[in-house]
Design a protein around this ligand. Structure first.
Ligand SMILES: [Zn+2]
Length: 142
């Protein structure tokens, strides 16, 4: 069996760990507040999930988006699900700002600019609040 990166490691700082899915904070110096919602089992597509599981995954995703918006105050939220590299359904929840490294292109495009140290620091300083609010919101939602 080939090893699976997301079975062997959390994929980031765990903010919520549930039976079906987890939420992690991605360690990305350019994108403080970047979160991922990761389905725990190997499932290829959202439409492979049973309906209740699909509703659960989507519900968690919207809760995560809500908290990232509230705490990180981005210009825009980018949501993405690729799953081409790992056999786990997962969603990227990315707070975007007009001065970030790629705006308005996707974060996977070539870098457009280096964000100012002050902007990155201000966003990084919101992470303690993001951890607290995410745990509060998901523990009352689930
Ligand atoms: Zn796996």
């Amino acid at each position: 069996m080939p090893s699976c990166e997301l079975c062997e490691s959390s994929g980031g700082e765990v903010l919520y760990q549930g039976a079906q899915c987890r939420v992690v904070l991605v360690d990305d110096a350019l994108y403080p507040g970047f979160c991922r919602v990761i389905w725990q089992d190997h499932v290829k597509e959202v439409t492979d999930l049973h309906e209740l599981d699909r509703m659960l995954l989507m519900g968690v995703l919207w809760q995560v988006e809500h908290v990232v918006r509230e705490v990180m105050q981005p210009e825009k939220i980018n949501l993405a699900s690729f799953g081409n590299m790992v056999p786990h359904l997962h969603w990227h929840v990315i707070p975007r700002y007009t001065d970030d490294a790629h705006f308005p292109a996707p974060v996977w495009a070539d870098t457009t600019r280096q964000p100012s140290a002050a902007s990155l620091q201000a966003r990084t300083e919101r992470l303690p609040a993001l951890r607290v609010k995410m745990q509060q919101r998901l523990s009352t939602y689930l």
